[in-house]
Design a protein around this ligand. Sequence first.
Ligand code: ATP
Ligand code: MG
Length: 413
Amino acid sequence: MATLQPVRGTHDLLPEDARRHRYVEQAAFDVAQLYGYGEIMTPVFEFTEVFARTLGETSDVVSKEMYSFTDRGGESLTLRPENTAGVARALISGGLSQSLPLKFFYRGPMFRYERPQKGRQRQFHQIGIELLGVEGPQADIEVIAIGWHILQKLGLAEHVTVEINSLGDTESRNAYRAALVEYLSKFRDKLSQDSRDRLERNPLRVLDSKDEGDKAIVAEAPLLINYLNEHSRTFFETVRNGLGKLGVPVKVNPKLVRGLDYYSHTAFEFITSALGAQGTVMAGGRYDGLVSQMGGPATPGIGWAAGVERLSMLMGDALEPARRPVAVIPMGEGDEALLVAHRLRQAGYAVEMGYSGNMKKRLARANKANARAAVILGEDELSRQAATVRDLDSGEQEEVPLSDLEVRLARFR
Ligand code: ATP
Ligand code: MG
């Protein structure tokens, strides 16, 4: 029966996977806090408008990937496909533009109706940061440096390349748009239908096309980087120099673009070749036009989002092992064990309980739980108000009075 299957493109995270997930999220947040970023938690759903307006009606996400539904009150709502729109909405609806600059970190599930494959799910998780209210290139440097710092902390930096490009300011993009339209118009008949529409409405989006025919045409298109005016060139240079000083290795990729109008200046992606087709682990850019496009006060902004599944996959087993518990193993009914376990937990030990079975079975289970030590409560020991404490790594054991357990187990903590 279909309803007993998880929905296509969704996954259960069992404890070992969930731990890896949390580890990635927490390591990222720890780094973000070093830069003064605080966590923001926006709702998982918003009015559909919030995304339709910001991502653009012609974007893939809005036209094909959104999970939208009408609620009982007749409102059209959408499960968030990304978090920047929600943050911008929060800035506007919460009147937060009084207190710029704002520095946010977020983490959580995102939803997109796409074809599931390795590294691509319908419910996936992102971490991300947004820096709002800083116009100068130091913001771009900081935001990219945070991303790099996080990858270093996760031990992933060597697997990842940082690609960067500049989309310039409005004047530069207008000059480029004219050149691009002139070029693309020559191939109008060969473009996909989608791209022909985009050519009219938003030509820069053609550069994002996934259609193979379009890609071949785009490969020869003029490059935005050659249309940057003085201001945009200086801006871009400052960003690259700053990152160079901080030791963030960046590679200029003149083909890296964002096809939406509100993007300007810096665009970047953190890419790996270790995950097959889904190689982008982190993507971001400057979105100075976003908040005003949503109807708020003109507010510069820059940020990135990273896929937690992709980062987790990249980490593989390179995760510090989970905390090792102490196993309490009763031989008889186990009333005493209940109490011993309780006392040890109160003292801050992680305690695994040997629930049932013979001694051998219980020890095997303790080993499976990767317990560091076993506290064995046999009849004999109990009659002396003591327990046998066995070091499960070395096999050494000794008898310890019950009253001393908290202290004597300290080295197994
Ligand atoms: P792609 O080109 O892979 O579709 P995108 O441009 O749609 O990516 P963004 O919207 O920039 O991706 O999202 C930022 C990051 O979130 C991506 O780099 C990726 O790591 C992750 N991500 C995006 N969509 C998915 C998905 N469906 N499943 C898992 N991770 C995803
Ligand atoms: Mg996508």
